[in-house]
Design a protein around this ligand. Structure first.
Ligand code: PEP
Length: 250
């Protein structure tokens, strides 16, 4: 099944209003590729509304980096999926390893957040990935399989869900798995999703690779089998770095 590539940038806890000029630069650089590739930027929650307004009329979609599972209530500091949608977001990352580690998010919590994203009409980008110790212990597929089973809701479809494979040890380190290791995990993920969701649904769900994707390695990584795009952290902050990655996916 043909899957349209998606390259999503995760600004993490970086960016102020002045950073939104990068969206203008990015739109100018990648606008012509919109027929071939989807592009998204997930700024910090403080910038989602302004980013969505700034990106209006361009092919750049705006997303959140996390959402609470509930619609509203006594959850100081949290942001509901509905609030992100109201601010103009169309997608949201859930289960990023930094959330799983810093905030103790379990697979159950991530699954509830994905369902909350759908409830608000957002696409959920659900992240999975092993730690270095787990990889060294030969547990990569066990861990990724368990996270997929636990974090991806049974009602996932190609329209409401994207899965990002992000080995924790590759995030922000400049290291990546070998091409063979990425292909092995992505192929495994496709099969694991097919076993639960059916081959047709699993065949349409986009599987992104994330972890130290840069302009210099994007062309190789994004052409690998079952890699349908990238989730990019550090290299998404500047349009000059991010645009070549988008080009590599097109
Ligand atoms: C990320 O945190 O989602 C990520 C992939 O980061 P980086 O590209 O900086 O490794």
């Amino acid at each position: 099944m043909a899957r349209r590539p998606l390259v999503a940038g995760n600004w993490k806890m970086n960016g102020v209003a002045a950073s939104l000029g990068e969206l203008d630069s990015l739109a100018a650089k990648v606008g012509a590729l919109s027929a071939k590739v989807d592009v998204a930027i997930c700024p910090p929650a403080t910038l989602v509304g302004a980013a969505a307004a700034r990106a209006k009329g361009t092919p750049i979609a705006i997303g959140g980096q996390d959402c609470h599972a509930k619609v509203s209530g006594a959850h100081t500091g949290d942001v509901a999926a509905e609030m992100l949608a109201d601010a103009g977001a169309t997608l949201v990352i859930v289960g990023h390893s930094e959330r799983r580690t810093d905030h103790g998010e379990s697979d159950d919590v991530v699954k509830a957040k994905a369902e909350a994203a759908w409830r608000a009409g957002l696409i959920a980008i659900i992240c999975v990935g092993e730690t270095e110790a787990e990889r060294d212990g030969g547990k990569t597929l066990d861990v990724v399989g368990r996270q997929l089973d636990g974090s991806v809701p049974a009602a996932a479809t190609a329209a409401n869900t994207v899965v990002a494979y992000e080995p924790v040890w590759a995030i922000g380190t400049g290291r990546t798995p070998t091409e063979g290791e990425i292909v092995e995990v992505h192929s495994f993920m496709r099969q694991r999703l097919a076993a639960r969701l059916g081959a047709e649904v699993a065949g349409g769900i986009r599987l992104l690779y994330g972890g130290s994707v840069k302009p210099g390695n994007a062309a190789v990584l994004l052409k690998l089998a079952d890699v349908d795009g990238a989730l990019v952290g550090g290299a998404s902050l500047k349009a000059a770095d991010f645009a070549p990655i988008v080009e590599a996916a097109a």
